[in-house]
Design a binder for this molecule. Sequence first.
Ligand code: CA
Length: 239
Amino acid sequence: MNVAAGTEAGIRILVVEDDAGIAQSLVRGLARAGYTVDTAATGADALAAPPADVVLLDLGLPDLDGVEVCRTLRRRGDAAIIAVTARSEERDRVATLDSGADDYLVKPFGLAELLARVRAVLRRVRPSGPGLYVHGPLTVDPRTRRVTVSGAEVTLTPKEFDIIECLATDPGRVVSRQELLERAWDANWYGPTKVLDVHIAALRRKLGVEGLVETVYGRGFRLGTAPQTPAAPPAPPRG
Ligand code: CA
């Protein structure tokens, strides 16, 4: 079992997956999203692991039947369980949900969908969710997906929101272009990365704060350390 330290929110996710390559990419994606991640490669390891907020449970395990592991985890605690399966037959999905899973994902799936499903089960088990991210004049609310600048709401597209949320979870850290693409699009985005520049430009225009989203040449983007609050509108004439 290994542990990848996350930076945010103190939410623990247990990844139960016997394929080391898949496990590694899941751990990387979840840790980047700010979660603290444990892994287990067998059903026995999963049952011996410390309590988690969310369990991502591969049903095809080398030792135990994944559905049985799911049932045992459900009896023991209130972790949200997302079953991951290569089986897409309706009866398998029904058996999985009946065994106590909160949701399931059919392989192959993209990181963006996985993260969205994790957020969705967390909203159900922890209605308060992670708190607001505040950076200078900017606030980002991951629960309601609302963004404000100096108290005024800014309407963003879902991708623009994913980008600013990713930057806001750890202000000052340089986020690579690849990471932003994985976060806002999909783990398997092989298209032109120019699409990211288009969204960053639109985001900057909408936020309207000079220096808030900084380009770090050759490395990526980060939230600036000294964003300039937009000039206040002229005061109404006194009367
Ligand atoms: Ca497996």
